[in-house]
Each structure stands twice: as structure tokens, then as C-alpha cells.
Design a protein. Structure first.
Length: 127
């Protein structure tokens, strides 16, 4: 789905830049919280965001913070209080506000070959 959506072209470019395409396309089930293009553009426009995106190690950790092991549909995401990501971080879930770590869920339950993609309105950077 990430490969097909023009709304996620910025994320696709960052995944390629970090060399994570094969990891994310593997057989293991995954859930991706995908920042929209405007979310990535806004993040990149900040000094902190630009620095993270320019550093390969920080970029990889940032992207892995958007990936959770297992295929979690929207209902499973919203039923959780927090979700551990591939980076080892915990994302806080607010079912009432429909947010993941403060990022609003814009689109949920997009089926991918190995799980689900949920589009969020901001980059889920560590705070």
C-alpha cells in the first residue's frame, strides 16, 4: 500500500533512503503508522526534524518507531493503551481522541501484503 499511494510518497522515499524496503516487505506481519506527506513536510521544516532526517541512524530509528510487530487492525490499535514499536519505544493510544502518540488517525485498516497501514497526521518522533 505504501508503494501505491501518492499520499505516502514522502514516507516511501524515507524508507528507501534508510534501506528498509526489504525489512518492511518481508513475511513477518507488521503494522505501520504512516505519516502523511504534509506531516513529513512539516517535520522536515523544523531544525530538529531536518537533523533527524539527515542522519542515517536517527532516520532508521524514527522510521522503526512507526512500525509495530504484528498485524493490528484499527480496532486492535484502539483497544490498546500503548503499542511497542520495532524501535523499542511505546506509543500511547487514545481511543477517545483516535490518536497514536498524539498523531490523529486519518485513515485506518488499509490492508498491506503483510499487515495493516494506518495513516497519521504527524511524524511520531520521540518526545
Amino acid at each position: 500500500m505504501i508503494n501505491d499511494s501518492p499520499d505516502l510518497s514522502e514516507l516511501r522515499a524515507l524508507i528507501a533512503q534508510a534501506g528498509l524496503e526489504e525489512s518492511l516487505a518481508g513475511a513477518d506481519p507488521l503494522t505501520v503508522f504512516a505519516p502523511s506527506n504534509p506531516a513529513i513536510e512539516a517535520f522536515a521544516a523544523t531544525p530538529e526534524g531536518a537533523a533527524i532526517l539527515a542522519d542515517p541512524a536517527q532516520l532508521e530509528q524514527l522510521l522503526l518507531r512507526h512500525v509495530a510487530p504484528g498485524a493490528l487492525d484499527g480496532q486492535a490499535v484502539l483497544a490498546a493503551e500503548e503499542i511497542e514499536t520495532a524501535s523499542g519505544d511505546l506509543l500511547a493510544i487514545d481511543a477517545d481522541a483516535m490518536t497514536v502518540d498524539g498523531g490523529e488517525l486519518l485513515v485506518t485498516d488499509v490492508s498491506a501484503s503483510n499487515g495493516f497501514v494506518h495513516v497519521v497526521d504527524r511524524v511520531l518522533a520521540a518526545r
